[in-house]
Design a protein around this ligand. Structure first.
Ligand code: NAG
Ligand code: NAG
Ligand code: NAG
Ligand code: NAG
Ligand code: CU
Length: 619
């Protein structure tokens, strides 16, 4: 068969409606208009997690026949064949879109080829009274072992744009992620008068892609010279920068991601930053301004800007007014950091514009104009930190006095023996770093590199050997000096229930970008700044004592994922009213692997585990 039109036609005739053939998630019964007082629904999803392949035979003549790129089980990515991890053979994975107070039930069948364990995290949701559903292997659950199933069940009680992703190994980087959108009724949505349409198809995920699998790229970085960490960018799974050539020398690329609008209407777009590693993206739409109305699900007083830097874990809800001449406009996603060479584009197409046309503007040009969340922290060119935005909701809680402050220094350090990077005898840093091999620092918080425990802390913390735990105090008492030896342990801080906690992140180096994510909470961002130098906790404390650190205690914006300015600081506050064992970590996948994580243990009553909780094999 030349193409697969025929197949789809035949399936249609047979009336096949099994979820195996459910091409469009937006046909799920839970995707509906949300009304005040409507009965919540139970929204069920059946997911198979698999090792799979982009440009598989399911893609038929893709990209030469654009239609084929949209066939079931076809993951085009950028038209490049490589192994991927996927849910239901799609990338990004299924889009969960529900109304506030619905119950989300996801059956995860782990069918990984190489026996990998799995865990799915619901990024942005707090798992209040459902701590076991947070999906972090060895923190909140045993991994779902290959061949086994586990059903996650939780309430959609936090409206906004969120996402789900694997929290096992590098699975997220290789394709295991997708959106979770929780809508409210018009009446409950504080910013609903700012837009006319909140179309389920107007969700945009952005991730970088690499020719090699993420674990291969990581191993090259850990043990030799890093292979290309970014070969392009995908907008909703589509990258157009790779040219596929056939033996007869005809060539084609995967088509642009398209978003449709009608002139005169105001649209709510939901942008999700899914970057795997050291990448960030500047999002913009030619000729259109972006009105930011929410960040990580939390509404803000509307803020107009031309461009937004989107890091891993960030979600921005924006309103775009279709008030331009009805034609095509580039949606630009400009790469930063490891992706600085790449820019991907999608198309914003007004109704009435002919199919197959593209915008006239130069697609390689980088957008200019005002910028929210500058990655370099440089505010001199019309850039604004997210900490300058204002929460749109009434103050719910008074966080003006912190009961406890923790200073967390983010750093990359050179410690022989740590994380297996540099063997202390065979190839220590001193010997291996001046050869053709560069070295790779261990990423640490307060000089500690996080070791994942053998058993999940939430249910089995009492089984952890006392000597495996650590924090600054315990290390000081034990006399271990992490400045010389690798401190590789379960970094944990204990917080009393309902205390107001202040976290001060210090990004000591002016060269490493970190995007921190705290599970279980949405916190207030009460301050951030770049200091343009090697900046230490002592420097921060001194400036603070001199009254030179500004804290915004009035309507500070809220988020759950945060870029910490390089050579600078970020201050968060939250009330610890959600007991649990919550991972706090860098969202750069390999920074977490190399140790940039810790556990915030908030004391208090936890929900009982469900009966079918996965078990770890060795107990
Ligand atoms: C395709 O291009 C290559 C290099 O330009 C050339 O050597 C080859 O003969 C071409 N093949 C065909 C079928 O035209
Ligand atoms: C900040 O950006 C401006 C404008 O691009 C530039 O002139 C200046 O050197 C930058 N400052 C630093 C410290 O990088
Ligand atoms: C590399 O380091 C070793 C040990 O410090 C030193 O002896 C050697 O001269 C260095 N080689 C180069 C090329 O700098
Ligand atoms: C971490 O170690 C460095 C030396 O490598 C030291 O300067 C710094 O003070 C230590 N940081 C903390 C928080 O102990
Ligand atoms: Cu990091």
């Amino acid at each position: 068969m030349e193409s697969a039109y025929m197949l789809v036609f035949v399936l249609g005739l047979l009336g096949v409606a099994s979820t195996d053939f459910l091409i469009n998630d937006l046909d799920h019964p839970c995707v509906r208009k949300c009304k005040t007082g409507q009965k919540p629904m139970t929204c069920e999803y059946d997911w198979t997690v698999e090792s799979y392949l982009s440009m598989s035979r399911a893609c038929y003549q893709c990209p030469f026949n654009e239609f084929d790129c949209h066939l079931p089980h076809c993951i085009p990515m950028a038209g490049y064949m490589r192994p991927v991890y996927s849910v239901n053979r799609r990338l990004p994975g299924p889009s969960i879109q529900v109304c506030e107070n619905d119950v989300i039930v996801v059956k995860v069948r782990n069918r990984m080829q190489n026996e990998e364990g799995e865990g799915i995290h619901w990024h942005g949701l707090h798992m209040r009274n459902a701590q076991h559903m947070d999906g972090v292997p060895h923190i909140t659950q045993c991994p779902i072992s290959a061949g086994h199933d586990f059903t996650y069940k939780f309430e959609a009680n936090l409206p906004g744009t969120h996402w789900w992703h694997s929290h096992a190994g590098n699975h997220r980087s290789d394709g295991l992620f997708g959106p979770i959108i929780i809508r409210q009724s018009e009446k409950d949505d504080i910013n609903s008068d700012l837009y006319d349409k909140d179309d389920p198809s107007h969700v945009i995920t952005i991730i970088e892609w690499t020719k090699a699998m993420s674990s291969t790229v990581d191993l090259s970085l850990f043990h030799a010279v890093q292979m290309s960490p970014c070969d392009g960018i995908l907008i909703n799974g589509k990258g157009t920068n790779h040219v596929v050539t056939r033996p007869d020398n005809t060539s084609a690329s995967v088509g642009h991601h398209l978003m449709y609008v009608k002139k005169g209407l105001r649209y709510r777009f939901r942008v999700i930053g899914a970057a795997a590693n050291v990448a960030a993206f500047i999002f913009s739409i030619d000729n259109h301004r972006l009105k930011v109305i929410a960040m990580d699900g939390a509404p803000v007083t509307p803020f107009d800007v031309d461009r937004i830097t989107v890091f891993s874990g960030d979600r921005y809800d924006i309103v775009v007014t279709a008030d331009q001449r009805p034609t095509n406009y580039w949606i630009r996603v400009a790469g930063l950091l490891d992706c600085f060479r790449h820019q991907e584009v999608g198309i914003l197409r007004y109704a009435g514009t002919p199919k197959g046309t593209v915008p006239r503007a130069d697609r390689t040009r980088r957008a200019e104009g005002s910028l929210l969340n500058p990655f370099d922290g440089n505010l001199s060119h019309d850039a604004t930190f997210i900490s300058e935005l204002t929460d749109a909701e009434e103050k719910r809680d008074d966080l003006s006095h912190a009961d406890v402050t923790h200073y967390l220094e983010l750093n990359g350090v050179w410690r022989n023996g740590a994380k297996g990077l540099h063997h202390p005898v065979f190839y220590p840093y001193e010997r291996a770093s001046n050869t053709t091999y560069t070295d790779t620092p261990v990423t640490v918080i307060n000089n500690i590199s996080f070791a994942f425990p053998e058993v999940p802390l939430l249910s089995h913390w009492q089984d952890v050997k006392p000597s495996s735990w650590c924090n600054e105090d315990s290390l000081r008492k034990s006399g271990k000096n992490c400045m010389y030896v690798a401190c590789d342990c379960i970094h944990r801080i204990d917080i009393k229930e309902n205390q107001v906690v202040e976290l001060v992140f210090i990004n000591i180096l002016d060269v490493l970008a970190h995007q921190m994510h705290l599970h279980g909470y949405t916190t207030e961002i009460i301050g951030m700044a770049k200091m343009y130098k090697y900046f230490t906790i002592e420097d921060f404390k001194r400036l603070d004592a001199e009254g030179k650190i500004k804290r915004n205690l009035k309507n500070a914006p809220r988020k759950d994922s945060f870029m910490v300015p390089q050579g600078g600081y970020l201050i968060l506050r939250f009330r610890a009213n959600n007991p649990g064992w919550w991972l706090l970590h860098c969202h750069v996948d390999y920074h977490l692997k190399l140790g940039m994580g810790m556990v915030i243990h908030v004391e208090g009553d936890m929900a009982p585990p469900p009966a079918d909780m996965p078990k770890c094999t060795n107990f």
